[in-house]
Design a protein around this ligand. Structure first.
Ligand code: NAG
Ligand code: NAG
Ligand code: NAG
Ligand code: NAG
Ligand code: NAG
Ligand code: NAG
Ligand code: NAG
Length: 789
């Protein structure tokens, strides 16, 4: 009844505004949808989905299903003929009398068909779930859910017979190079299947399936996203949207960049927000930039590709082709030399792997092999030796400040000496974004080429400018890094599993407690290799060990000088433990009331903490919100450099709570919590910004935000104010720094030595961070920039 009413309404409204146009709810034998009439569409009864012809370029159309609501762009969830678009004239989707659904191109060629047959009554309709079904009475003859393109909708299973294939680029919907499917060993995998090579990149190829938290022994091979936002696969990989709960529109898409993401529709901004993603740091996705090129990731502008020195771009419209050498390497090994590229890594194509090798030995091997194009040389923190990887090809390369290895690139001596620049990087946007131009009936060529070159030339100029800035930044950053005491940061591919008895022994039966928090108790311990560690014993949980591992393997991969290093974990029975590096000076909370921490040090701690948080927010989307920034979670090493602790724990713990249904969404610590937690607003990275602001105020004033500040009111009576209110009023009252800063400054700070300018800057930034309205708070990246000026 309601359905038919809606139908009538839809019919009436569309017939009214577009004379001669129809939005159908079903298609019966003999009827068709025409490409020429854009209102010729099928709409699901709930109005959420629309099926019709979608323009994929000039005069090129594909039959597709999309979300009816037009957000910034139409969100396509399925396509019938992604690789064979049809002409914009006379093309039609027709349900034939014999039960076959066909798509004809310019009414001549059949571009796509379901190849179904039925003599009885058949109809095609678009269900509320977004599934396009061809039914014969109650019998399903064909459905779009069985032939997905790059997207899974809630309730749509991925099975042994189906796979997702990414789009070619953001604007080219044809089949791309990335695939998600159940492999022969029952494990769900992401594979880059490029023009020349193919390689698995998810789960991490160097891990055995059980190490990645997968099982090979369940051969049902099925994975599905439920309506609450939880995805579960038969190989045990499972995850939840970070806005887990019913009533939210979601989709799982294998994006054109090779990342597999869960998106949720944000009802306030009406836009898609990634609420989970398979890969952190899109440069670790294989094939990102093609051979001989390097991928780099910029939080603001995304992924960029650049050629290695001595190589040039092969095809400017498509980075998948990578780069080609500008000159031949000489045969004579005496005419070659090596240039060093720091923070550069290439995966695979090793001629050999040598553990515990010297640089000389490694160079010698590469000298002697004509196949060797260079070698990777890096410190292996686990056994404290250097490893050598001579390479026969450069593929899957990335450059990242957090990667500590070095590439030694073979070059002809004459050229390397002539250029005398360590690492020239030329860069362009990775994916081509040219629009399809298809004009079958009237083919024209000529001026288009020159326009295209011009179109590429303009952004290239802009980029050239950017490259200069980026490389300057990069060298500054690098020189600062190498002057650190610990130049080699552990590449966290293999953090270790510890047994419970081993950790029990290391901590002397959990004897020396060094900290305690909502998530568990921290003990000091000495590992078998004599490293001093902080062992955190999480509250016992009924959670699945595999899920714990899957989450942990991501947290363990985060790596930054201002994040605490995770060395390993233990998951045995109900025991869940994390093993961290031990930091000598404990937490900021313990040190805040010592005079050692002067104003200069406080500023450096504020800046370092901001950098660590900015890294968390940018590399991990919203996925690893800290959600509990407070002085107890900022730890200080022997030089009082800050490192954030406890990141990612909110996610690990929330999972356990979701399962027992009594979960409250609120987490964090009183005094530091953003108003969103109480207001039931979406929780974004801005909650961390707020808490960070409160910590800054605490660092400057020495006053805890948990207590109220008592002052005298206008009439001389005592009034209580929160720390934020108190500071805000004083700062507002006076223009001059000198007037207000003295009033709020921590009395412990030596008045003569104190850098009041820096403290005032902290206060200003802090007040910006603790704005009630989360939209006006700065991002952590902006905070870092403000502090650096
Ligand atoms: C929308 O599409 C245009 C080109 O079709 C693209 O440039 C733009 O980035 C897209 N916007 C979003 C938000 O994806
Ligand atoms: C295999 O996976 C399916 C789907 O996740 C699950 O229902 C089933 O219980 C699993 N079978 C075994 C033996 O674990
Ligand atoms: C560059 O790539 C485009 C798009 O894939 C292709 O059409 C073109 O032929 C390529 N050009 C060369 C020189 O390989
Ligand atoms: C490798 O070859 C270069 C060029 O002849 C030479 O300078 C270098 O010493 C050689 N390295 C080793 C370890 O033999
Ligand atoms: C590495 O090699 C050196 C000398 O070849 C040796 O003394 C050392 O014990 C080795 N280290 C390891 C961890 O094998
Ligand atoms: C879209 O990608 C396919 C596959 O590479 C290619 O054949 C087609 O020409 C592309 N379309 C455009 C306009 O780039
Ligand atoms: C496609 O054909 C139409 C004629 O119907 C013509 O006007 C248009 O310029 C053509 N487009 C291109 C890009 O050649």
């Amino acid at each position: 009844m309601l359905g038919s009413l809606l139908l009538l309404l839809l019919f009436w409204s569309s017939a009214f505004s577009f004379p001669g146009a129809f939005a159908y709810s079903r298609l019966t034998k003999g009827s068709s949808l025409s490409v020429e009439n854009q209102e010729d569409v099928l709409i699901s009864p709930n109005g959420l989905f629309t099926a019709g012809f979608h323009s994929v370029g000039i005069n090129a159309y594909s039959f597709a299903i999309w979300f009816t609501e037009k957000l910034s762009n139409r969100t396509i969830v399925w396509m019938a003929n992604r690789d064979h678009p049809v002409n914009g004239k006379h093309s039609k989707l027709t349900l034939l009398k014999d039960g076959n659904l066909i798509l004809t191109d310019a009414s001549k060629f059949i571009s796509w068909a379901t190849n179904t047959a039925s003599a009885s009554f058949v109809q095609i309709l678009l269900q509320n779930t977004g599934n396009l079904v061809l039914t014969e009475k109650d019998n399903v003859l064909w459905q779009s859910f069985d032939v997905p393109t790059d997207t899974l909708l809630p309730g749509q299973p991925l099975t042994r017979y189906t796979r997702l294939i990414s789009s070619r680029s953001q604007n080219n919907y044809s089949s791309g190079f990335y695939k998600l499917f159940f492999d022969d060993d029952n494990v769900l995998r992401l594979v880059f299947d490029g023009p020349e090579t193919s390689s698995i990149y998810w789960p991490d190829p160097w891990l055995l399936s059980f190490e990645a938290g997968r099982t090979r022994y369940n051969d049902s091979r099925v994975a599905v996203l439920d309506s609450w936002g939880h995805f579960q696969s038969s190989d045990r990989v499972g995850f939840s949207a970070n806005d887990f709960g019913p009533g939210i529109q979601r989709r799982l898409t294998l994006d054109f960049d090779g990342n597999f993401r869960l998106y949720s529709l944000d009802t306030t901004t009406r836009s898609w927000i990634a609420s989970w993603e398979a890969m952190i740091g899109s440069c670790r996705i294989h094939g990102a930039c093609g051979p001989n090129s390097l991928c780099s990731h910029y939080p603001s502008s995304g992924r960029k590709c650049s050629c290695l020195q001595g190589y040039r771009v092969k095809n400017y419209t498509d980075w998948a082709y990578g780069c080609e050498p500008e000159y031949q390497l000489p045969c004579n090994s005496r005419e070659v030399t090596y240039i060093k590229l720091s923070h550069v890594n290439f995966y695979g194509y090793n001629i050999d792997i040598l553990h515990n090798s010297t640089l000389e030995k490694c160079e010698k091997i590469c000298n002697e092999s004509r196949k060797c194009k260079g070698f990777q040389y890096r410190f292996n923190k686990e056994n404290g030796v250097y490893d050598c990887y001579p390479k026969s090809a450069f593929r899957n390369g990335f450059i990242s400040p957090t990667y500590s290895g070095m590439l030694h690139l073979k070059q002809p001596k004459a050229i390397a000496l002539a250029t005398d620049q360590p690492a020239k990087i030329s860069s362009l946007i990775c994916s081509s974004s040219s629009i399809v131009t298809l004009n079958r009936t009237y083919k024209k060529k000529g001026e288009r080429e020159s326009v295209r070159i011009l179109l590429w030339f303009v952004p290239a100029l802009g980029l050239l400018e950017m490259i200069c800035i980026v490389s300057v930044w990069f060298f500054l950053y690098r020189s600062r890094r190498t002057s650190d005491k610990q130049p080699y940061v552990h590449l966290s591919t293999g953090f270790r599993k510890y047994s419970f008895s081993e950790l029990k022994k290391a901590t002397k039966n959990f004897g020396e407690e060094i900290g305690r928090g909502g998530s568990g108790i921290v003990y000091k311990g000495v590992l078998l290799d004599h490293r001093v560690a902080a062992v955190k014993r999480l509250k016992e949980a009924n959670q699945d060990g595999a899920e714990f591992l899957a989450e942990l393997s991501i947290i363990g991969r985060l790596n930054h000088m201002h994040l605490i290093d995770i060395w390993g974990y233990c998951a045995e029975g109900k025991h869940r433990l994390l093993v961290y590096e031990y930091l000598e000076h404990g937490s900021l909370a313990e040190n805040l009331h010592c005079t050692v921490i002067d104003s200069k040090m406080r500023f450096e701690i504020a800046l370092g903490t901001a950098k660590g948080l900015a890294y968390l927010h940018e590399e991990c989307l919203e996925w690893v919100l800290h959600c509990d920034i407070k002085p107890q979670n900022v730890l200080l090493d022997s030089n009082y450099h800050p490192k954030l602790a406890d990141f990612g724990l909110s996610k690990l713990l929330r999972r356990a709570e979701v399962n027992d249904l009594s979960f409250s969404k609120i987490r964090g610590t009183r005094g530091y919590m953003a108003p969103e937690w109480i207001g039931n607003l979406p929780i974004t990275s801005q909650v961390d910004v707020y808490s960070y602001g409160v910590v800054l105020l605490e660092m400057v004033t020495g006053k805890s935000p948990k207590m109220h500040v008592q002052t005298f009111g206008v009439g001389g009576e005592m009034v209580e104010k929160t720390l934020i209110e108190w500071v805000r009023e004083i700062v507002k009252g006076d223009g001059e720094i000198t007037a207000w800063i003295d009033e709020i400054l921590d009395p412990l700070l030596d008045n003569t030595q104190c850098d009041k300018g820096k403290m005032a800057l902290l206060v200003r930034v802090a007040l910006h961070c603790v704005e009630e309205d989360r939209k006006v708070r700065p991002t952590m990246r902006q905070v870092v920039e403000m502090l650096l000026h």
